[in-house]
Design a protein around this ligand. Structure first.
Ligand code: TRP
Length: 362
């Protein structure tokens, strides 16, 4: 069986380092591993509109930002198909048929939908499109017969729901859909990077993100004002490592080589953590180290972005070509689905002849 990747992001803002360690970096590695027959990376504008119906301009403006972030991280349009969700009408058709296989109560139990409803204060005014987006996400994944979906841990319930739809469809109709596997980051710290303010999640509205496209100065400023252990007041005080965002970021980004280069007093992260816990290590020192580590990772990304920004029409052209290719693949799956559901009337010679016979006998 072919190995196929599908994944994507909502274009509601520039991508941040949480996206990077949680998924983007891995995608580039998977792409460069050469192990996949096809890779589809989707800018999920239609999904972004499910809770931004009154702000389509935000979504429109951010498509190019996300595309630039993709390319500057190393996604290569020669290998990975980059496309825009709304340009693939087949996804809507698939969603429409999958809706019959999912109950309202099952959607209400989806933990991601549940928490997002709370976060957005939708309460009783949940848009139907938003409520059903797990179904549309199942369409995104199955349209490409994806076997592997590299995403963050918050997407686990979406994958569960997709698997259920696949099983149900294959059981009720015919075995045409592929059950995908989620691929989570193996580094625990990368599962969900907290905000620079220590809040559980990076979010634009909380203003606690470090963006891939931030300048060197912006990154430094954000790191130097990061939340740490609030009880670590004097340098001599013992500090708390666990749950301390600076250390979580170091868990996600630092490598032993970084110590030799930027902080040769320590061999590795464990030694640094031990010293912090004992007391006698100031926050400024670890923040400066984190800044060096992060700048090293972000500098080449930033430089590539500057290059890509010089020819924006070419980026739209990449997305157009990608969308054409993606549509051809989705159309094939939709044809398989309609055949399995026996709603391919005009291609179904058996049906036409059987009906003809029935009426000729009357
Ligand atoms: N829900 C994803 C997010 O919030 C975006 C997305 C839409 C997606 N469709 C997908 C991810 C299909 C993986 C597979 O970022």
């Amino acid at each position: 069986m072919s190995k196929i990747i599908l994944t994507g992001d909502r274009p509601t803002g520039r991508l941040h380092v949480g996206h990077y360690v949680g998924s983007l970096k891995r995608r580039v590695e998977l792409q460069n591993s050469g192990e996949y027959d096809d890779i589809f990376i989707m800018i999920a504008d239609a999904q972004a509109l499910t809770d931004n119906a009154d702000n389509p301009e935000k979504v429109r403006q951010n498509i190019i930002e996300v595309a630039l972030d993709y390319l500057s991280c190393g996604l290569d349009p020669q290998i990975s198909t980059l496309f825009i969700q709304s340009q693939i009408p087949e996804l809507c058709e698939l969603s429409f048929y999958y809706m019959n296989l999912v109950t309202v109560s099952r959607l209400q139990r989806n933990p991601t939908v549940k928490s997002e409803i709370q976060m957005r204060n939708f309460e009783t005014s949940i848009p139907v499109g938003f409520f059903t987006y797990p179904i549309s996400q199942a369409a995104d994944i199955t349209a490409f017969k994806a076997t592997t979906v590299p995403v963050g841990e918050d997407q686990l319930p979406m994958l569960e729901q997709t698997k259920e739809i696949v099983r149900k469809f294959n059981m009720v109709y015919d075995d045409v859909l592929v059950e995908p596997d989620i691929l989570l980051p193996d580094n625990k710290a990368c599962l969900r990077l907290p905000g620079t303010d220590g809040k559980a999640k990076m979010s634009k509205s909380l203003n606690n993100c470090i963006y891939l496209s931030d300048s060197e100065d912006e990154v430094k400023k954000k790191i130097m004002s990061m939340f740490t252990d609030p009880n670590h007041i004097r340098v001599e005080d013992p500090g708390q490592v666990e749950g301390n965002p600076v250390f979580i970021y170091l868990d996600a980004f630092s490598k032993p080589e970084h110590f030799a280069e930027y902080l040769p007093d320590y061999q590795n992260l464990q030694e640094l953590k031990d010293h912090y816990s004992r007391g006698g290590l100031g926050d400024v020192k670890i923040k400066k180290f984190l800044n060096n580590v992060l700048q090293e990772e972000l500098a080449p990304i930033r430089a590539r972005r500057k290059e890509f920004e010089k020819d924006i029409p070419a980026i739209y052209e990449i997305l157009k070509k990608g969308s054409e290719k993606a549509e051809a693949v989705a159309a094939q799956t939709l044809a398989d689905v309609k055949r399995a559901m026996k709603i391919n009337y005009f291609d179904d010679m058996e049906l036409i002849q059987a009906q003809a016979k029935k009426f000729s006998q009357e």
